[in-house]
Design a protein around this ligand. Structure first.
Ligand code: ZN
Ligand code: ZN
Length: 442
């Protein structure tokens, strides 16, 4: 599950944008903006507000977006006000400003973050605001920057973001993440075709995965949510003690936290509002036990982390802790991430996604967790979701920790499933039940 935490929001990158985006210029340069594209964008805004957020009359909304996503941010703003939002505030980030920092800022800049901004966001959430993130970052934005500066900047940002992230990850508020096909993201996915053709291909994939290509997207999401609910009901009924993953390069036993609960699709936040936190979402997920993960696991897709591509990750767990980690590319960044804090070496999530998921079947690698995590079963390093516990919203931090929930500044999903993956559910008495065979629900 993606927690709206990855977006690097830099002090210099935040503007109340009044600027036309590149994407809009792209359409204008071909003459009249495509009516079909505008209709689909309007449908995506409707899904974001009514399915993603379940935005309530009178509720405030805090939105973050890349500058390129202005056309969608404006549509969502309109839709939110039509739904009765009392105030919509959008914070834009700008890749060029982010890069300017890495090129020109003094060394001490990289231990700084806009803590005042994140405290303000947290204050808005405490007063009842909803949270929406539009993502569409260039997966290799920071690839050529000093990994040490990238790690320091991320660490400072993660720390500053913590008060806001806790309210998001703890589901105190209704929140959602949707995506926007920025030209830089599209070119990373389709380097061999023109920017315009690449952007159109990515839009097709986003609209299809976000279920806006149907006459009634809100009804399509209701049907999808009920099919995910049948999976979580099954797994909650079984109440497995552990899951064992087997596949090429993988033999991993993931002990599940005591009194864990499986979640997926629509969920009720502590403020009582039902939301879909990720658009798209194909996963069902729960909390592993911090100390009960053992074995080896190899990633099945590259992980795009803050502008660095980490490929062919291979790690060994002992008693919940990663004791050995390597990767074919990005190993240095991976090991810096693991050193963020003690919890960064332990799991905060395990999620099941069949290989027949529409996102897996698209055959595309998105270099974006919001999509790639919905193409394969995965695990996440770092912070656990308190929602994934029986009566999780009533448990204190100490009670969550006693049940095995991990704590960390980070939460990073990475993919470990493919068409070869077998998963067994293991009951407390040792009985095993096939859950996945050859990448599909058994
Ligand atoms: Zn996930
Ligand atoms: Zn996750």
């Amino acid at each position: 599950s993606a927690a709206a935490s990855r977006r690097t929001v830099e002090p210099g990158g935040i503007v109340r944008a009044l600027r036309e985006s590149k994407a809009m210029q792209l359409h204008e340069s071909q003459g009249v903006p495509s009516v079909r594209h505008d209709e689909r964008l309007a449908q995506l805004a409707r899904v974001a507000v009514h399915v993603g957020l379940g935005l309530q009359r009178g509720q405030e909304l805090v939105m973050t977006a890349p500058l390129d996503a202005t056309p969608l941010a404006r549509r969502i703003t309109e839709e939110a006000y039509r739904a009765g939002a009392s105030l919509v505030t959008t914070l834009y980030s700008d890749d060029a400003a982010t890069l300017a920092r890495f090129r020109h800022a003094p060394d001490e800049s990289f231990d700084k973050a806009s803590d005042w901004l994140f405290e303000g966001m947290a204050a808005a959430f405490r007063k009842g605001a909803a949270r929406l993130a539009i993502v569409g970052e260039d997966p290799s934005l920071l690839a050529r920057q000093d990994p040490d500066k990238v790690a320091r900047a991320n660490r400072a940002r993660s720390k500053a973001y913590m008060p806001a992230l806790q309210l998001i990850a703890g589901f105190d508020i209704n929140w959602t993440i949707v995506s926007y096909a920025t030209p830089a993201w599209a070119k990373a996915m389709f380097p061999d075709i023109s920017e315009q053709a690449a952007t159109e291909k990515l839009w097709d994939a986003i609209f299809a995965a976000s279920r806006v290509e149907t006459p009634d997207p809100v009804a399509a999401w209701e049907a999808h949510n009920s099919s995910l609910r049948s999976r979580t009901d099954y797994l909650n009924g079984r109440n497995f003690a552990a899951l064992r993953f087997r596949g090429p390069g993988t033999d991993l036993t993931v002990g599940l936290a005591d009194e864990h609960r499986w979640e997926g699709g629509a969920a009720q936040a502590k403020n009582g509002i039902v939301c879909n936190a990720n658009i798209p979402s194909e996963e069902v997920f729960t909390t592993p036990h911090r100390d009960r993960v053992d074995g080896v696991v190899t990633s099945t897709k590259p992980l795009s982390y803050q502008g660095t591509l980490i490929e062919e990750i291979s790690v060994r767990f002992a008693e919940g802790r990663i004791v050995d980690a390597k990767a074919r590319t990005g190993g240095e960044v991976l090991n810096k991430v693991l050193d963020t804090d003690e919890g960064a070496r332990r799991l905060g999530e395990v999620a099941l996604v069949p290989h027949s998921s529409p996102i897996a079947q698209s055959g595309l690698l998105f270099y974006n967790t919001l999509f790639d995590e919905n193409a394969a079963s995965h695990i996440a390093l770092g912070q656990a979701y308190s929602k994934c516990f029986r009566d999780g919203d009533k448990l204190s931090e100490a009670e969550l920790a006693a049940r095995g929930a991990n704590r960390s500044l980070i939460h990073i999903d990475w993919m470990i499933g493919n068409a070869e993956t077998d998963i067994d559910g293991i009951h407390a008495d040792g009985r095993t039940v096939p859950v996945f065979r050859k990448g599909e629900w058994a």
